[in-house]
Design a protein around this ligand. Structure first.
Ligand SMILES: [Zn+2]
Length: 143
């Protein structure tokens, strides 16, 4: 069966991010002029418009900022993946990214859940960033 799920297509400005995932690293841009972290990858700082952006490897740790459980596929190619655990993850650096959560059940999810990166290496050479609940970290919302 052909996998018809849409895949990322790196371009020059995003390639360091995708190359990082292939090397099991999360890489973010940071502005040399105002020290802001920048995501998604772009040619200019989203805070001060400087083009002095450098790539840095970060831990990839963060928390769930928001989430949803998609019980209907978001695209026909994802029909086998439901329920999809879709989240906006806020990294420790403050940037937010949309990702799929893995190694979790729908009832495990909550805002503020500590997560860590998982590198999903595809057969096509592209690696995707997923997140899973961090083990051994007390959930601040569980008593
Ligand atoms: Zn800046």
């Amino acid at each position: 069966m052909v996998d018809e799920r849409p895949r990322p297509v790196p371009i020059d400005v995003t390639r360091p991010f995708w190359d990082g995932l292939a090397a099991e690293e999360v890489r973010l841009q940071r502005c040399r002029d105002c020290s802001s972290w920048v995501f998604y990858p772009r040619p200019r700082c989203s805070t001060c418009l400087s083009d002095a952006l450098d790539w840095h490897t970060v831990s990839g740790r963060g928390t769930v900022y928001s989430y949803t459980v998609a019980r209907q596929p978001t695209h026909p190619a994802f029909a086998a993946d439901v329920p999809q655990l879709l989240a906006i993850v806020e990294l420790d650096e403050g940037v937010r990214m949309t990702a799929t959560l893995v190694d979790a059940a729908p009832n495990d999810l909550r805002v503020g859940l500590p997560v860590e990166p998982v590198f999903d290496h595809g057969h096509d050479g592209m690696s995707l960033l997923r997140f899973r609940p961090r083990k051994g970290v007390p959930d601040p919302l569980q008593h």
